[in-house]
Design a protein around this ligand. Structure first.
Ligand code: HEM
Ligand SMILES: *[C@@H]1O[C@H](CO)[C@@H](O)[C@H](O)[C@H]1NC(C)=O
Length: 339
């Protein structure tokens, strides 16, 4: 920000607008949280948890990729316009075609479609359960089915009626974010630094494509292509390995595991990779590199129970962001389309 500018640039104006929107989102989340409840569907669809879990189990048997994909989908949903399934909308206004992020997992979208079909296939439940709630339940189920904690999910979110395109870019964190940028964005969604570090533990499963961290592998090349900044230093042996995975002429489909040690297990291994300087994204490694967050990383690396407890608490808070319970929401008949 340069103070000598005579008037704010359009970019700066839009960033101010985004911050205002995010603050309003956080405020709404606090104001409406009381309306969510674990027993929301007790009389309208008592089997909802079993129905969703069945669809998740079946999909994960076919492809593990759906697990990290679904967890990430829930995070993006809640940060973009609140947890209202707007991230699932596929139209000219959706996140995928907008070019903001083409990496959302088709397997995760398929998992939600199937879970919705399972729920609506039960006569009692048909058209009574929101896609936003199905996504929140599915995120819990992929965590527990990959070795993570099982926890109760608050329900009662309605599906949003508006696509995501206008806000998606500035709503999500970048792979090159430093600690202050991460804290600012998460705080705008009502989340503390500890919540942010615990939620980043979601990177204990799944992958990242080369473009998100290649700048860290070849900093001296001054490459401008990657999304991440060079960030903190990387373990030298690991860096050599990653240069083989992502050579300078890497293919767009090339990727590496976010948790190199136990990429298919939801555990605290992610924090141990950070201690070993083997975090791939700059935004991951910075949690250990920055003195202000290092103690929490060390704590989660040493005590998996403490990580699981903090993750569960943070997921509940994440699930309350920008929830819709009034006329601004609906129960979508098809998760990818507004009614
Ligand atoms: C803290 C800020 C965060 C940043 C900068 C970030 C960034 C990223 C990036 C760049 C990728 C790789 C995408 C790709 O190349 O395909 C990724 C993947 C992933 N993220 Fe995050 N993320 C953050 C927080 C979170 C949170 C809070 C969660 C969930 C609790 C999460 C869950 C995941 C998962 C599970 C994957 C793997 C997806 C897959 O394998 O399909 N992330 N993230
Ligand atoms: C690990 O964390 C849990 C939950 O916070 C706590 O009850 C337990 O005492 C911790 N264990 C150790 C060895 O510090």
């Amino acid at each position: 920000m340069r103070s000598w500018r005579p008037s704010p640039s359009p970019l700066r104006q839009s960033m101010v607008a985004v911050v205002v929107v995010m603050a309003a989102t956080a405020w709404c989340a606090a104001a409406q949280a009381a309306q969510l409840s674990q027993s929301y569907y007790a009389s309208t669809c008592p089997n909802v948890e079993t129905l969703v879990r069945g669809a998740v189990t079946q999909k994960l048997q076919e492809t593990f990729n759906a697990a990290p994909g679904t967890l990430r989908l829930f995070f993006h949903d809640c940060f973009v316009r609140g947890c209202d399934a707007s991230v699932l909308l596929s139209g000219p206004d959706d996140e995928h075609s907008a070019g903001a992020d083409t990496t959302l997992s088709p397997d995760a979208l398929d998992l939600i479609t199937r879970a919705k079909a399972a729920v609506d296939g039960d006569a009692q439940c048909a058209n009574k359960v929101s896609c936003a709630d199905i996504l929140a339940l599915a995120a819990r189920d992929v965590v527990s089915q990959t070795g993570g904690p099982y926890y109760q999910v608050e329900l009662g979110r309605l599906d949003g009626k508006v696509g995501t395109r206008a806000v998606v870019k500035h709503s999500l964190p970048g792979a090159g974010f430093d600690l202050d940028q991460l804290n600012t964005l998460f705080a705008a969604n009502g989340l503390t630094q500890t919540d942010m570090i615990a939620l980043s533990g979601g990177h204990t499963i799944g992958v990242t494509h080369c473009d998100k961290f290649v700048r860290r592998l070849y900093p001296f090349k001054g490459s401008r292509g990657g999304a991440g900044g060079a960030g903190p230093p990387m373990n030298l042996y690991f860096l050599r390995q990653m240069r083989q995975t992502c050579p300078l002429n890497y293919s767009p489909s090339a990727f590496a595991m976010l948790d190199a040690v136990t990429p298919r297990k939801f555990d605290n291994g992610y924090y141990q990779t950070l201690q070993q300087m083997k975090g791939l994204l700059a935004s991951d490694q910075v949690l250990f590199a920055d003195r202000r967050s290092r103690a929490t990383v060390n704590y989660f690396a040493a005590n998996q129970t403490a990580f699981f407890d903090a993750f569960v608490a943070a997921m509940a808070k994440l699930g309350r962001v920008g929830v819709k319970t009034g006329s601004d929401g609906e129960i979508r008949r098809v998760c990818t389309k507004v009614n």
